[in-house]
Design a protein around this ligand. Structure first.
Ligand code: GLV
Length: 317
């Protein structure tokens, strides 16, 4: 039986199609303003499903309100789901789904872009150039680090990290990876500290959990080799931003490439001012194809649950 589905924001092309095809009533605002938690709480009690984004905080109060009504499923248009109280949803019998797999290559492209642009100081050089501060070619200008031949350390070894690893082949890089359980694959390093101390470039690919919050703190930044580059396309709070800014300011860390931040959309003024830093506004999966696919996938998950079918990508707390 068709139901009511809240879709919190405007979705890219075709994102609503599965809901419309299944005959569900789509509840959306005329504009594209974010929903406050209070508004989400009120709306959750009146719908069967929610399609939300990583910027929507689906906390216990929203889920409780949904459970008091008829809410069955929350589908996040993202692979990460730290914005949703998944354990709470489990207790209340509400299914939570995400969109894994379809954004791996696109996000890996962006991680590689950050590896290259941070190591080669592209942002600083472009900013000087655009700002009229380039006096002409100079042999000592913008001396970066070579990416080809470098040792890359992947923290986390899920699908996105593996997609980054595949991209290193053309750059003749050596790849090491750290994950909590032994992958049984060449390059696995059991101890994160050891990995950090033995690579030239570090790229982060862990989800945000209690165990990974500030995984990269001041002490661990201090383990990195002189000249190291840090890239984060995972979640901002995995890195202690103040410590990171300090490491960049002192030169202990050569460069950083970031797509995610501790308090999005706020960015630490110290990071904004930090040298040798490439900052992008959380665009890891932002291509038309990938974002449209993610949106339609989340909508399909809602359709499946409301039709009594097993969702393909349920997540548990
Ligand atoms: C993006 O950050 C995602 O989790 O999909």
């Amino acid at each position: 039986m068709p139901g009511r589905v809240l879709v919190t924001r405007r979705l890219p092309g075709g994102g609503l199609d599965p809901l419309v095809a299944a005959g569900h009533e789509v509840v959306q605002r005329p504009g594209d303003e974010a929903w406050s938690t209070a508004e989400l709480r009120e709306a959750a009690g009146t719908v069967d499903g929610i399609v939300c984004l990583l910027t929507d905080r689906i906390d216990d109060s929203v889920l409780e309100s949904g459970a008091a009504g008829r809410l069955q499923v929350v589908a996040n248009v993202a692979v990460g789901y730290d914005n949703i109280d998944v354990a709470g949803a489990g207790r209340l019998g509400i299914t939570v789904c995400n969109t894994p797999g379809v954004l791996d290559e696109t996000t890996a492209d962006l991680a590689f872009l950050l590896i290259l642009s941070a190591a080669r100081l592209a942002s600083e050089a472009e900013s000087d150039f655009r700002g009229g501060r380039w006096p002409g070619w100079g042999i000592n200008q913008y001396l970066g680090r070579d990416v080809h031949g470098a040792v890359l350390g992947l923290v986390g070894y899920g699908r996105i990290a593996r997609a980054v690893a595949r991209r290193t082949q053309g750059f003749a890089m050596e790849v090491r990876h750290h994950s909590r359980s032994d992958t049984g694959e060449p390059g696995w390093v059991a101890d994160l500290d050891e990995l950090l101390a033995t690579v030239d470039i570090v790229s982060l690919h862990v989800p945000l959990t209690d165990a990974t919050r500030h995984l990269i703190d001041g002490r661990r930044l201090g383990l990195l080799r002189p000249g190291a580059v840090l890239v984060n396309t995972a979640r901002g709070p995995v890195v202690d931003e103040e410590a990171l800014a300090g490491a960049l300011e002192s030169g202990a860390l050569f460069a950083a490439g970031l797509d995610v931040y501790e308090r999005e959309p706020e960015v630490s003024p110290r990071l904004l001012a930090a040298p040798r830093t490439v900052l992008l506004p959380h665009i890891g999966s932002a291509t038309t194809t990938t974002r449209s696919t993610m949106a339609a996938m989340a909508a399909q998950e809602v359709c499946d649950v409301l039709a009594g079918r097993a969702p393909r990508h349920p997540v548990t707390g």
